[in-house]
Write a protein that binds this ligand. Sequence first.
Ligand code: SF4
Ligand code: SF4
Length: 232
Amino acid sequence: MTEGANQSDQGFQNPVAGFGVTFKAMFKKRLTEQYPEQPKTTAPRFHGRHQLNRHPDGLEKCVGCELCAWACPADAIYVEGADNTDEERYSPGERYGRVYQINYARCILCGLCIEACPTRALTMTNEFELADSTRKDLIYTKDQLLAGLTEGMVDSPHAIHPGTDEQDYYRGLVTEAAPGTVRQAAVSKGEPAVVDSEPVAPAEGAPAAPAPAASPAASAGSAAKPGQEGQG
Ligand code: SF4
Ligand code: SF4
């Protein structure tokens, strides 16, 4: 075949070949998602909104170490740790996360922060509806990220389970709040000494006061889905 004939064939085939993808797609099944009416189920380990988890008695797992913030490549996490006291205890150990923020205008949902967390305090849920209309609303605070309360939990701050230490929490020996556990007043937040008509819990070592149970108001304040420990 001459060179001129080759060029003539290519000149005819190229436009037809260009429509090949179009013709193939015309006969394929449609993949239209009916969102938001029929949201698609995500994969089990999908990286969605973060969650700050609790121990089984309601104390917080976060120890305010900032490792998650240092691991974040997008500088999306801000943490301020503080010391627990016997009168106001948020986690079993020495420190807790007093301020915790994640900026979802920056976060790329890579999951490096949850890998860095030494206590499994930080995990990710399957929730992906994170869009909002202002940058300020995309900064999620600790109140929004903290997991809700499940049965057997009392909202923090409250005393450590009597007869246990921090290590026992990580060994799984504490499975629920001790009878008589009540929520302490959050002095650092300026809360009054009596919360929801319940007495302030005694300091560690002192006899436990009656009237256990988590306050409904405290439960309602947590935006995360109760009992859901996010995917890691
Ligand atoms: S998922 Fe990635 S980008 Fe988002 S806060 Fe964690 S480390 Fe930072
Ligand atoms: S979430 Fe984990 S890594 Fe981040 S400050 Fe708390 S304990 Fe440390």
